[in-house]
Design a protein around this ligand. Structure first.
Ligand code: EPU
Length: 292
């Protein structure tokens, strides 16, 4: 068995995670590791397990806030081509977890397969989307998933399907350390019908959400039957700025960062939104964004 030291060639020390997150804030990863193959990935995970080194998995950093102190242990970055292959067979799509969700959507649309198109405009990787059951008002990713290959923290590969797969609002039963690959069942449809649907969703998103700024998507989950954005807006917080981070004046459930922002600025805005909404409406907001 290889030790963690044997992976020096694919390891970077103290790599700033602000360069890898959409919010562009956050401190360094003690070790950022980029396995080039599935075998190398399994090797790193087994070594970390034996040496009790904590492991975090970085997708595309679009739903992630890294604290200014950074992260100790290993951050796995699965951005090599080997982790993001896409393959279509009939009405099934197999997608590596490291593939961008946008890429999986465009390949399925090109093949005349509808379904994933309802996720248009959602950033992130297929793995991240599966983990948090990404979606919106038109549907979520979970409804199309037939099986998922996972890698456990001790380095065992397994396939989850049937009853082992369950998805609910921004949650999934996929709690293993790493998601490797998923199979989706999609529906053959005309190219025109799919692109028409996508265009409508895209226009709606562009009109209501701050896509061009540095943000991490919605910060809070919607409380049952309510909209977190509406509550934060009604609490009068739109446009509130702390340091160089700001509650979007376009959609109050987004925090946007400007040059020089720190994770602390973002965390203070999160606390402010939570406390004002609790005080004024008696609602406890729950985070959607991951915090490391
Ligand atoms: N609203 C306001 N002020 C705001 C924001 C919203 O008054 O600042 C009102 C809107 O006018 C609307 C209602 O609140 O009447 C709901 O807003 P919206 O349609 O934008 O939907 P949402 O519930 O805020 C959800 C998802 C989004 C997803 C959209 C569209 C969550 C937390 N948010 O937003 O997902 O894109 O629906 O499908 O579930 C994400 O998860 O990161 C995300 C952006």
């Amino acid at each position: 068995m290889r030790s963690f030291k044997d992976f020096a060639e694919i390891t970077q020390r103290d790599e700033l995670l602000s360069q890898h997150t959409w919010l562009k804030v956050g401190g360094p990863a003690q070790f950022l590791v980029r396995p080039r193959t599935r075998d190398e990935l399994v090797g790193v995970v087994v070594a970390c397990h034996h040496e009790q080194i904590p492991v975090h998995v970085l997708g595309s950093g679009s739903n992630l806030l890294v604290r200014d102190e950074g992260v100790s242990g290993v951050v796995l970055h699965l951005n090599a081509a080997a982790h993001g292959a896409l393959q279509i067979d009939g009405n099934r799509l197999r997608a590596g977890a490291g593939a961008l969700l946008s890429h999986a959507i465009s390949e399925s649309v090109k093949a005349g397969l509808g379904g994933l198109d309802v996720l248009v405009g959602i950033p992130g990787t297929v793995g991240g989307a599966l983990h948090g059951n990404a979606g919106g008002r038109s549907g979520d990713i979970g409804q199309f998933v037939r099986s998922v290959e996972v890698l456990t923290a001790s380095g065992e590969q397994r396939t989850r399907h049937g009853e082992e797969l369950s998805f609910s609002y921004r949650e999934s039963s996929l709690n293993e350390l790493i998601l490797l690959e998923a199979e989706f069942e999609l529906a053959p449809e005309s190219h025109e019908a799919i692109t028409h649907r996508m265009r409508k969703l895209w226009i709606m998103k562009k009109a209501t959400q701050p896509l061009v700024f540095q943000s991490a998507g919605c910060i809070f989950k919607n409380p049952r039957g309510m909209s977190a954005g509406l509550l934060i807006d009604q609490a009068g917080l739109k446009g509130t700025r702390i340091g160089n981070a700001e509650i979007s004046d376009r959609h109050a459930n987004f925090i946007v960062t400007h040059s020089g922002a720190t994770a602390r600025d973002v965390l203070r805005l999160i606390d402010l939104a939570r406390s004002k909404v609790a005080e004024q409406f008696g609602v406890e907001l729950e985070l959607e964004v991951q915090i490391w």
